[in-house]
Unconditional design. Structure first.
Length: 144
């Protein structure tokens, strides 16, 4: 993957998550591979595997957002080969969450893995969670 190819697919994924926090999962789903080995893990439930499960997870997760926008993308690391690439970063958003009437800012720690499929780059894994600062060991216990 050339640096320009990586930049293009990353920009497309940023646009897709911007739509996602407005409640629209379709642009993100369009970037996903539709193969059985795709995975997604988000803050709203356990990881999902396979295209049908991943699509359902994205549909369900997008219902938690309204009137949002992506406001920043901090790249921590990236790496690319001819057929596989990943990005690790922090993504910042503003959105109405759940049934809230006001817009709230939040950040997600995100890892996205891309794979070349034919002439296109597709997402094969995306993991997003709200852990963006150091945490205590106690936070790992069910009571933390």
């Amino acid at each position: 993957m050339s640096r320009s190819d990586l930049a293009k697919v990353v920009a497309e994924s940023h646009d897709a998550v911007d739509a996602f926090v407005k409640g629209d999962p379709e642009p993100l789903k369009e970037l996903y591979s539709q193969r059985d080995d795709v995975t997604i893990a988000n803050p709203f439930g356990p990881p999902s595997r396979g295209w049908a499960n991943a699509a359902e997870t994205m549909d369900r997760a997008a219902t938690n957002f309204r009137e949002g926008e992506a406001i920043g993308f901090e790249r921590i690391s990236d790496y690319a080969t001819a057929d596989l690439a990943y990005i690790v970063g922090i993504e910042q958003f503003r959105s109405k969450l759940g049934g809230a009437d006001s817009i709230t800012g939040f950040s997600l720690r995100v890892t996205t893995v891309f794979r070349r499929e034919a002439e296109d780059w597709k997402i094969v894994h995306r993991h997003a969670d709200p852990i963006t600062t150091s945490r205590s060991t106690e936070s790992l216990s069910s009571g933390g």
